[in-house]
Each structure stands twice: as C-alpha cells, then as structure tokens.
Write a protein that binds this ligand. Structure first.
Ligand SMILES: C[S@@+](CC[C@H](N)C(=O)[O-])C[C@H]1O[C@@H](n2cnc3c(N)ncnc32)[C@H](O)[C@@H]1O
Length: 290
C-alpha cells in the first residue's frame, strides 16, 4: 500500500509556551491568538513537512523504529498495556509520524494503519520499512478531524502526541474517532499535560514558575511576517477534554499521568528530569467507545 493522500480542509514537545509576544528561532513571531480549523490544519501540514527530517533525526533514537512509547517520560505500551490485547485487531494510529507505534503493533499481530497530515513524516515511515526490509506499514495522509474511513472500521485507535494538540476542532476529531471505531473499541491518546500550559516550556528552573493562566484557551501561534500561522498548538483543560470525550460518546476509563523515572536523564524540549520530578508532563486518556 502506498501513501494514500486525502484532501484536507481544512507538540508538542518542541515550543516555548510563553504567553507574551516573542520570536522563535526561525524569526517568526510567537503569540497567543485565535486560529481556526483551516489555518491550524494548513500550518501543521507545512510545519511538519518542513521539520520532519529534523524531528526524526533528533528523536528517532529515543522513539526507536518499532517502539511504542507514549511520552518523553518513556512509558511504553509494552509495560502499560493501555490498549489491552492488540493481536488480530484493526488499529488506527493517529498523528503517527514515522509510524513507530504501528510497527510495534504489527509485530504483536495487530493490523495497524498509520495516519498523519504530513507527507514527509509518512515518507520517514517508508524509509524505516525499506531499511528494515519488512512489510510496509499502511499509511494514509489525512487530517485527523476528517477521517477517510467508513464507520466502524477499527477495533482500537491510539495516538502518542499526534494530531490532538494541533487540531482546532477536537470535538469533531473525537466524534470522528468514535465514528470509525467499533462498539467497545478503545481510544487511547497522550498529550502534553494541560497544567504545562501555565508554565514556560523550558527544561530549567525558569520552567517551574507559572506565568500564564491554566484557564486561557487561546492557542499558541507562530506566524510569519504577513501574520500567517506557521505553527499552532491548542490548549484544553482536563475538564474540557473529559467533556468533549463524553459528548462524543466515549467512557473515560483512566487518566494516566506518567511519573518521571528516577534513572531517566534525557531531556526532550521542555521535558526534563528537573521539571518531571515536580509537575506532570504528559496526560494519557484511556477511553472506550460506548
Ligand atoms: C509530536 S508528533 C508525534 C508523532 C509520533 N506519534 C511520535 O511520537 O513521534 C505529532 C504528529 O502529529 C501530526 N499531526 C499534526 N496535526 C495533525 C492533524 N490535524 N491530523 C493528523 N496528523 C496531524 C504531525 O504531522 C506529526 O507527525
């Protein structure tokens, strides 16, 4: 199966979440302002296409070619088993990047499909498959809020920091995942822990003092000299997330807040041992379709 491209209408652990107007390392302005569905989607597609090589270069070793890790804290699905039994299951990985999680799933007898908005990220999936000489993971390029699948196509859906933080309309995204899942299917996804939005996204001591309101849902936007968004992240409080999941028809089974392992010294952007030992960095929502 090749890369299936679907027209889209419309971090993530990489950016400073300071609320003041700032400048990122590309010279773009970093601001808090509204950003709609189309603008967010376009920005994500272009940003991840431009930055996929650097992302895989920097984080590929930690991610592993066929490791399923949920977060910079290194909680692996092999230990956490948040998806339950995956053997023989049809699994949709959303915001899959280079599909490392899908490769882990396939090795355990699942039938994964890896979906991402970025063509370049999916090319990295193919690069890894070719390098290993293994059967390619089926990949689909699409926006997670407009899933190009028939109703009830999958037994499970998962996402490790993919799509959810970048989507302006996560109410719709949740409804879409609900639609493509079969009854009883699990939807498990990890995102930056919402409390982190109150703190500067810095690994050092400056990242320990709250400078923004946790309740400010205004998106974080980087924009070029014409005011066009080049990168967008959206914030939801814990309560917002629970409400949109319940409204879409999911039952919340667990909310996992992985603790920073005592022996982990590796930083990932603002995720560091210093901060990780004091405040949660990741929230993993474990849900089941009603
Ligand atoms: C932080 S990366 C995570 C990728 C992978 N799960 C990992 O752990 O390396 C976020 C991914 O979400 C994808 N993404 C962002 N917005 C998306 C959207 N609206 N629909 C689908 N994928 C999206 C990006 O292209 C990127 O590959």
């Amino acid at each position: 199966m090749g890369i299936v491209t679907v027209a889209t209408t419309p971090q993530s652990p990489l950016h400073d979440l300071d609320s003041s107007v700032d400048e990122d390392d590309t010279g773009d302005d970093a601001v808090r302002r509204s950003a709609g569905v189309g603008e967010s989607s376009r920005a994500s597609r272009h940003w991840w296409d431009r930055n996929a090589d650097e992302y895989q270069d920097e984080h590929g070793e930690f991610l592993g070619d066929d490791r399923f890790t949920w977060c910079p804290e290194g909680l692996d699905e092999a230990d956490a088993r948040l998806l339950g039994d995956v053997s023989g299951r049809d699994v949709l990985e959303i915001g899959a990047g280079a599909a490392q999680c899908s490769r882990w799933l396939a090795a355990r007898g699942a039938r994964p499909v890896a979906l991402d908005i970025s063509y370049r990220q999916l090319q990295h999936s193919r690069r890894i498959d070719l390098g290993r000489g293994t059967a390619p993971v089926p990949v689909v390029q699409a926006d997670a809020a407009v899933l190009p699948f028939a109703d009830a196509s999958f037994d499970l859906a998962c996402s490790a920091y993919g799509a959810v933080p970048f989507s302006a309309d996560t109410e719709r995204l949740m409804r879409e995942v609900h639609r493509v899942l079969r009854p009883g299917g699990r939807w498990v996804f990890s995102v930056t822990h919402p409390i982190r939005w109150a703190f500067p996204d810095e690994p050092g001591v400056e990242g320990l003092t709250a400078t923004s309101s946790y309740f400010d849902r205004t998106p974080y936007v980087e924009q070029d000299e014409n005011g066009n968004a080049t990168y967008v992240e959206h914030h939801r409080t814990l309560g917002d997330r629970v409400r949109e999941l319940v409204a879409a028809g999911f039952r919340l089974i667990d909310l996992v807040e992985p603790e920073w392992p005592a022996d982990l010294e590796q930083e990932w952007g603002g995720w560091s041992p210093l901060r990780g030992r004091l405040i949660p960095g990741t929230a993993i929502f474990v849900t089941e379709r009603g």
